[in-house]
Ligand binder design. Structure first.
Ligand SMILES: [Zn+2]
Length: 257
């Protein structure tokens, strides 16, 4: 199984980062993509990818940090990072209208300009959405982000939004929220095309049941896979095979040795 969205560079893993990577491998999670959120974080996820053959990185400025985005200068900096051979996506980028840690107009500019970088570099995007689906959809459409594709990570909208996103050429990734008692997510997990779904944890956040409320880690993506299998009545091996294939295709990951 592939963990497509982790933040192993965060300080929550300072005491046991290597052990967490090992626990994931022992649990059959053979590949992990760590996602950058600001410049320092981008450097750290690349360092982690350099140190481990099956760790990869996405680089981008999170909407919370959009206030640090400085136009062309930042675009050039991001391009340089994205040239690294273990960088497989631009992210996480998007809009967050829940916390509004950066002004909304700043968030939108950073989002649009990072999509342009992704298109220049021919890399898919990893999208963060919180209470901003309509605006995100509009940006993806206007900027023709479907040329590179990508994933709406931590997908927590309804079936209609899921289908709209898939029709535009995007993937969705599901995480621990799927294991919480939230009916809309169960509907999405059940009905959405399996060939567009990815699995993730978004660790250290959003630990799946039965670890809810504690620190999350990549090994727990197995609980997300189990829940998806249960909802769809599909064997978990098949869920793992298909979602792995989806991640390999989207992020063009090198084959396992
Ligand atoms: Zn994230």
């Amino acid at each position: 199984m592939i963990e497509t969205h982790a933040h192993l560079d965060f300080p929550q893993f300072d005491d046991d980062r290597e052990a967490a990577i090992k626990r994931a491998a022992d649990a059959g999670i053979h590949t992990i993509i760590n996602i950058g959120t600001d410049w320092d974080s981008c450097d750290r996820v690349i360092e982690l990818a350099e140190a481990h053959p099956r760790l990869f990185a996405a680089v981008g400025i999170h909407p919370h940090d959009a206030k640090i985005w400085e136009g062309d200068r930042s675009s050039e900096r991001l391009k340089t990072l994205a040239e690294h051979p273990k960088v497989v996506a631009i992210g996480e980028i998007g809009l967050d209208y829940y916390r509004n840690n950066s002004p909304r107009d700043k968030q939108r500019v950073a989002f649009v300009e990072q999509i342009a970088v992704a298109k220049d570099m021919n890399l898919p995007i990893v999208i963060h959405n919180r209470d901003a689906f309509n605006d995100i959809f509009e940006v993806l459409l206007m900027e023709r982000a479907y040329d590179v594709g990508g994933v709406l990570h931590c997908f927590s909208e309804g079936v209609a939004e899921a289908e709209k996103s898939i029709d535009l050429g995007f993937h969705l990734s599901v995480n621990g929220i799927l294991t919480y008692k939230k009916a809309t997510m169960a509907e999405v997990g059940k009905s959405v095309r399996l060939d567009r779904l990815l699995l993730e944890t978004d660790c250290p956040f959003l630990a799946p049941h039965p670890h809810r409320g504690k620190r999350n880690e990549p090994a727990y993506v197995a609980f997300v896979g189990d829940k998806l299998a249960e909802l769809r009545g599909t064997p978990v091996d098949e869920i793992a095979d298909v979602t792995d294939e989806n991640a390999n295709r989207l992020f063009r990951l090198p084959p396992l040795q």
